[in-house]
Structure formats: structure tokens, C-alpha cells
Write a protein that binds this ligand. Structure first.
Ligand code: ZN
Length: 341
């Protein structure tokens, strides 16, 4: 199906932006579903990427989620295009030569200077056609359903610069529009794997990102329920609940609400015994993230429980939701609700 260039212009579409997406807009006819005022994305050919070591897997469906990462590289001051090209090369080299992947793991890279670079080859082509998905390597166990954006820098304590933020919004708007992805499906890497990625600060801005994308697309914004990430030195009710759940699994911890060394040891032991694969953000650094309680850890820790059964799991549930009282049953979906508050 096609629409005319006139129709696109009539609705305010920036046809001039199409070549940047690698699309040849002929004189009067362009494919449907093409972007409105699409941001420029520097394609693999344009930045001189290496060829993939194996053919790219083009999946015949849309991705479900748009996933935000940080590269966990320095917060560089160089905002030039040359720097963006060097970064794209260094990530590709790392992923291909050290990780052994066929190409860059992420579909897009976004720099602190606001440059959007194609990551895995054919990603721009897939986004442009709006119904296919390039299988990447950026969220373990979920690569067939996620399209990942690597944002240059480390946002654990520092905020992202304005240029990076603006280009992130534009990229997500483009992808969400092309694939018909709802703002609620804009997620952070930590929503899938036990990793700090995309950094506490950038992750904390995902509600703002969903709002910005929803406003741009005139779509309602539901902020999704997400599981918390716990790390050493955290404290409070959720840590105490985690300690009860670890006790429920046979680790005799004090329930002091402090994520100290005893909790770290129990988490590591539980993770191994439960057979949870170690899935940090392999796309970037090699930091040891085994001590984190992330989404997969919670999923393995919780279980359906009767509040009145006197178990440690019941104690955890009562802590998280005192209003439930001391009777009734807590199902898995209830844990998500209680933990995401
Ligand atoms: Zn990541």
C-alpha cells in the first residue's frame, strides 16, 4: 500500500527526512507508515560499520518493547559526529571481537552530542518498514521482542545531557510510531535482567520519556508496574521483604532491612541454586552484577502464599501490603503489584 507524497505533506510529514532512513522516496509515491519528521539516523554504511559476520536475522513481526540502555562508558565531553562514529565502531568491535556476536548488539546508539547511529545492520530498514524486527543482542532472553537503544554514558548518578535526551525522545517517538508501540512498553534494561542498566538516574526518567512520547503521538500514557532493583546498602521495607523471601527459600538471614554482606551472600547463593542465568548488561561493561535483586530474582523468589500460613513468604507479603490483613491468598500477580508500589 502506498500513499502519495501530497497526502504526506498534507499531514505535515517531512518527506525530506526519508532519505536519512535509507528510503528512496520516488517522485510521488512513498511506502505507507513512514515517519513524520523522522530524526536523522546515521546508517551503518554512512559510519562505515563492518559487515556482520553472519546474515542478520530479520524477524517477521514487530518488537513489543523499546528498551533504554546506557553504554556504561565515560560521560564524554566530545559531542562531535566524529566522536559518535568512533563510539559506534568501538561498540561494534567490542561486541563482535570480545562478545563474539555477529554485529553490534543494539539496534540504535544515541550519543551525548545527540547523534543517532544505526547499531545492528538493517535496523533502520526494519524500523522504516514498520512490520519487521532485526533480532539484536541487548536483553538476554528477550531479544526477539525488544528493540534496544544504547545511550552513551553512565547515568547511575549523573543526569543525561539535553542533546542526548532530545534525540532519545525523537528516536523513541519514531520507533513507537512505526511499530505502534504504546508508551507503557518503553522500558529499561533492568526491567528484564538483573542489571543496573540504564543507570538509576536515566531509569528514573522513563516515566517522563513515556509522557513525552505519548504527548508527541497523542496516545494515552499508562505507567507500567515494574519490579524494584535492590543493591547493596539499600535499606527499608522492600529489603526486609526480600530478606523474608530469602528466609522462605532456606537462607536464615536477619530481617533487619539492611542490604549488607549477609544478604549479598544469600542472594548469590540463591541465584546459583535457583539456576538463574547470569545476565548483566553484557553489551557494555563486565561489572559483576550478581549481587543485585532484579526482575528475574524477584520472579524466582516469590510464590503464591496464604497469608495465614505462618510462612516467611506470608510475612513478606504482609510487610509489603499491611492493608491485606492476615488472611487471604497472594498470587504471583499480586506480588508484582505490591512490589511495584
Ligand atoms: Zn543494558
Amino acid at each position: 500500500m502506498t500513499v502519495t507524497r501530497r497526502a504526506l505533506l498534507h499531514t505535515g510529514l517531512a518527506v525530506t527526512a526519508l532519505p536519512a532512513l535509507g528510503i528512496n522516496a520516488s517522485a510521488d509515491v512513498v511506502p505507507t507508515g513512514l515517519p513524520l519528521a523522522a530524526p536523522t539516523i546515521v546508517t551503518c554504511d554512512e559510519w562505515g560499520a563492518r559487515q556482520p559476520s553472519e546474515p542478520i536475522q530479520m524477524l517477521d513481526h514487530r518488537p513489543t518493547y523499546i528498551v533504554v540502555h546506557h553504554t556504561a562508558t565515560p560521560n564524554a565531553d566530545d559531542i562531535s559526529r566524529d566522536h559518535a562514529v568512533r563510539l559506534a565502531h568501538s561498540i561494534q568491535d567490542f561486541h563482535m571481537d570480545s562478545r563474539g556476536w555477529i554485529d553490534s548488539g543494539q539496534q540504535l546508539t544515541n550519543t551525548r552530542g545527540g547523534y543517532l547511529m544505526e547499531g545492528r545492520r538493517r535496523s533502520v530498514e526494519a524500523v522504516a518498514n514498520g512490520h519487521e524486527h532485526v533480532q539484536g543482542a541487548n536483553v538476554a532472553d528477550h531479544n526477539s521482542e525488544v528493540i534496544g537503544i544504547e545511550n552513551e554514558g553512565t547515568y547511575s548518578t549523573e543526569d543525561a545531557p539535553g542533546a542526548l535526551w532530545d534525540s532519545l525522545v525523537k528516536a523513541v517517538v519514531l520507533i513507537a510510531r512505526q511499530y505502534g508501540i504504546a508508551p507503557a512498553e518503553i522500558r529499561g534494561h533492568r526491567d528484564f535482567n538483573a542489571t543496573e542498566c540504564p543507570g538509576k538516574v536515566l531509569y528514573g526518567r522513563l516515566p517522563e520519556l513515556r509522557d513525552a512520547v505519548g504527548a508527541e503521538l497523542a496516545k494515552p500514557v499508562d505507567q507500567p508496574a515494574v519490579l524494584p532493583l535492590l543493591s547493596p546498602n539499600d535499606s527499608g521495607t522492600i529489603v526486609r521483604a526480600a530478606q523474608h523471601l530469602l528466609r522462605d527459600r532456606g537462607y536464615p538471614l536477619a530481617t533487619d532491612g539492611m542490604y549488607g554482606s549477609a544478604t549479598v551472600d544469600a542472594v548469590r547463593a540463591f541465584t546459583i541454586r535457583a539456576g538463574l542465568p547470569y545476565q548483566p548488561c553484557y553489551g557494555t561493561r563486565s561489572a559483576d552484577e550478581r549481587h543485585l535483586i532484579g526482575a528475574p530474582t524477584w520472579s524466582a523468589l516469590v510464590r503464591p502464599v496464604d497469608l495465614a500460613d505462618g510462612s516467611e513468604a506470608a510475612a513478606a507479603a504482609r510487610l509489603l501490603d499491611p492493608a491485606r490483613g492476615s488472611a487471604g491468598r497472594v498470587e504471583i500477580r499480586d506480588w508484582l503489584t505490591m512490589l511495584s508500589r
